[in-house]
Design a protein around this ligand. Structure first.
Ligand SMILES: C[S@@+](CC[C@H](N)C(=O)[O-])C[C@H]1O[C@@H](n2cnc3c(N)ncnc32)[C@H](O)[C@@H]1O
Length: 225
């Protein structure tokens, strides 16, 4: 389904300018950009402090991130989201909530290395990334080997990827990719909301829908090897 562009998208994006670190692609070819373009952020300048920094990939409307940033004010949070329509909602909510520890990148995750320094991220959250069933889109899944290589470079030593999904097929495939790419899977839950790990879980917008349909939620934590 094609999403309609939000009303007054451009001026509203501009109004959130202090939260938006970067938007769009630095050059048309993503692969070339990922390999050659570097405009690395200085987190101290961005957040005005040194603090552990975490990243959500595909933040959507930002419900998860906002709650996490509220609960953990001692950390900095970055969110990458390719779709301007949804990142706008996340930014407007962040501004309304007065949160100062969150910033946004409106870019495809494929070019994260252009902006985020190596070894600078303690945890990466993948919440309900699109499963993209079938083999033709496997490379675009956010747990495919090329993304796991990007995350590996960004993560600190001992840093981890925390993934939640409603798709068992995507989940099992992701577990295989973690192992193959040298991550150590330290926690696997196949029905999060009926497990001990439900305590403290932040329900995302997509998760709320899946829960309403009675679907189990799968969760894994994979530590950078
Ligand atoms: C299914 S939604 C989940 C949204 C939210 N995390 C939640 O759980 O409610 C997946 C989001 O990931 C974003 N996304 C998908 N591929 C991406 C990529 N390569 N880079 C950045 N964002 C991406 C989509 O635009 C979409 O907003």
């Amino acid at each position: 389904m094609r999403m309609h562009k939000k009303r007054h998208l451009e001026p509203r994006m501009e109004a959130c300018g202090e939260l938006l670190l970067v938007r769009g692609k630095p050059m048309p070819n993503l692969k070339e950009a990922a390999e050659t373009y570097r405009a690395l952020f200085d987190y101290r300048a961005v957040f005005g402090r040194e603090a552990p920094t975490e990243l959500e990939v595909g933040c959507g409307n930002g419900g998860f991130l906002l709650e996490l940033a509220r609960r953990e004010p001692e950390k900095n949070f970055l969110a990458v989201e390719v779709c301007s329509n949804v990142i706008l909602t996340a930014m407007e909510r962040t501004r309304a909530a007065g949160l100062t520890n969150v910033r946004f990148l409106n870019i495809p995750a494929e070019i994260l290395a252009c902006y985020l320094p190596e070894g600078s991220i303690g945890r990466i959250y993948l919440n309900f990334s699109t499963p993209l069933p079938g083999t033709s889109h496997a490379k675009q899944r956010l747990t495919s080997p090329r993304f796991l290589a990007i995350y590996r470079a960004l993560l600190t030593e001992g840093g981890e990827v925390v993934q939640k999904t409603d798709s068992e097929e995507f989940f099992d495939w992701s577990l295989e990719q973690y192992e193959k790419e040298g991550y150590h899977v330290r926690s696997v839950t196949r029905d999060l909301h009926h497990s001990a790990e439900a305590a403290g879980n932040i329900v995302t917008e997509y998760e709320a829908n899946f829960l309403a349909q009675g679907k189990p939620i799968f969760r894994a934590v994979a530590v950078r090897g």
